[in-house]
Design a protein around this ligand. Structure first.
Ligand SMILES: Nc1ncnc2c1ncn2[C@@H]1O[C@H](COP(=O)(O)OP(=O)(O)OP(=O)(O)O)[C@@H](O)[C@H]1O
Ligand SMILES: [Mg+2]
Length: 367
């Protein structure tokens, strides 16, 4: 298997509209370890596919080096990089059986029939396709076709698998099922996998580490847990987590934060960290799950309380999303499904400030 490294990699495209150059990836540096499952995540146009295509060699970087297993591959042809890529639109040959779809690449490479059969049987077995080998793609469900596309990559036994939004055509239930299968597949194959998605839930559930990108810049590289707990800046804080983190305009006053007409106390052991910001505007970040209906605030400090006017309540079953306004900003609280808060109420919420994040208002970096 293989490790992948980007050393200060930049990709510029000719910008046809403005006649200049457009930078899709700005000086990206990272290392993906052998057998690691890494996810690239970020909004549309942030440079995910471009980065993946540069690893595959389908796109040549403008600047910097790409290394596979410690070897610079800048000029190595895609077919000599030993990489398999599964795209979003996993075009299968419609007139061929699944078996033929799986073996097509190997046949083209002139491999012996016994080897082809062995590899196709292995991939079909791993992916639960053995009983479907005689079918045509149109006789299969979307999830099954998706697995065939993955199977075509497996039979090649590549050093690296690249996936570009491979599940985006599937319905929500199938996506969850395929997600689990991909995670298991990774364990079974012990392969290095780079996976692109704009869906942060998919990123969090699949990635051992996640590369968060925005507008061609890497924002943070960390484990799902670390991204959730210690986001490097407001972009990551607002992107990872669902519903996203709430942001409040605040002023630091000693050991307290003034937020609208609320005064929230900072945990005693963290007060010293922020004194450079005393008297200044600052952004408070608090996730929806850290704002509680006071009737259901168990095992958390309850001294930071405020009454607010509820604008909307959404009932999701296990939990309710409660929306209210602080200043200009709409705030979301995720409360217990049993909570009786309804639209128009003025209930008391508990703000669990042990979970607070503070950001510099100008740089948007976490402090
Ligand atoms: N061949 C090209 N020529 C010019 N610009 C390009 C080219 N390919 C990509 N871009 C631009 O580079 C940026 C990054 O594109 P990329 O396809 O990597 O985004 P992405 O993160 O994969 O987005 P999505 O989630 O929509 O697939 C975009 O602004 C895109 O318009
Ligand atoms: Mg893309």
């Amino acid at each position: 298997m293989a490790s992948i490294r980007f050393d200060n990699v930049t990709k510029r495209f000719v910008d046809e509209k403005n006649g200049g150059m457009f930078t899709a990836v700005h000086g990206a540096s990272f290392e993906i370890k052998d057998q690691e499952f890494v996810v690239f995540v970020g909004p549309s146009g942030c440079g995910k596919t471009t980065s993946l295509r540069m690893i595959a060699g389908l796109e040549r970087q403008t600047d910097g080096d790409i290394l596979i297993d410690g070897r610079v591959v800048n000029t190595v042809h895609p077919k000599d990089r030993d990489i398999a890529m599964v795209f979003q639109d996993y075009a299968l040959y419609p007139h061929m059986s699944i078996s033929d779809n799986l073996s097509f690449g190997l046949k083209n490479m002139g491999r012996p029939a016994s080897e082809i059969k062995e590899k196709v049987d292995y991939a079909a077995n791993v992916l639960g396709l053995s009983h479907l080998l005689d079918r045509k793609p149109k006789e299969m469900s979307g999830g099954q076709r998706q697995r065939v596309a993955v199977g075509r990559a497996i039979v090649r036994n590549p050093k690296v698998f690249l996936f570009d939004e491979p599940l985006s055509n599937l319905d929500a239930k199938l996506r969850v099922q395929m997600r689990i299968e991909l995670a298991q597949l990774h364990k079974r194959l012990g392969a290095t996998i780079v996976y692109v998605t704009h869906d942060q839930v998919e990123a969090m559930t699949l990635g051992q580490r996640i590369v968060v990108m925005n507008q061609g810049h890497i924002q943070q590289i960390a484990s799902p847990r670390e991204l959730y707990r210690n986001p490097a800046n407001m972009f990551v804080a607002g992107f990872i987590g669902s519903p996203p983190m709430n942001f409040f305009d605040a002023v630091l006053e000693g050991n307290k934060l003034r937020v609208g007409d609320m005064l929230l106390e900072i945990p005693a052991d963290r007060v010293a960290d922020y004194q450079g910001y005393n008297g200044k505007d600052i952004i408070l970040g608090l996730r929806p799950e850290d704002i509680h209906d006071i009737d259901f605030a168990y095992n958390i400090p309850t001294h930071n309380q405020a009454r607010v006017q509820v604008e909307v309540v959404e009932h999701l079953g296990a939990e309710n999303l409660v929306y209210f306004r602080v200043g200009e900003r709409m705030i979301t609280a995720k409360v217990a499904g049993e909570s009786s808060i309804t639209t128009g109420d003025t209930p008391t919420f508990v703000f669990n400030m042990d979970k607070m994040h503070l950001f510099d208002k100008t740089t948007e970096q976490r402090i």
